[in-house]
Design a protein. Sequence first.
Length: 91
Amino acid sequence: MSRNGFISYNLWGEKNGVSIDSGNFSSLDFYYRGEKRGGLSQAAANISLQSTMGDIIVQASTYGKTQFRGTVDFTDAIGKRNDSSFWMKKG
């Protein structure tokens, strides 16, 4: 336990597993052998999901669906898909 949350360590004293910081800018970070792999953080009314090592996968269950609500901004996105119907046209 730390003053602002929880930090897990392995036998070698390296951050390993989950680190939770509930300070002014809250975060949930994932570590493996002292190396940050990614996390979920909150700052300035924004929620950020980040990976430092690999892909970010958003996946619903077999019979579920993935939904976006509100404005989705793809301005800085690079999309890859075989089917062009993904990119919707404005009304």
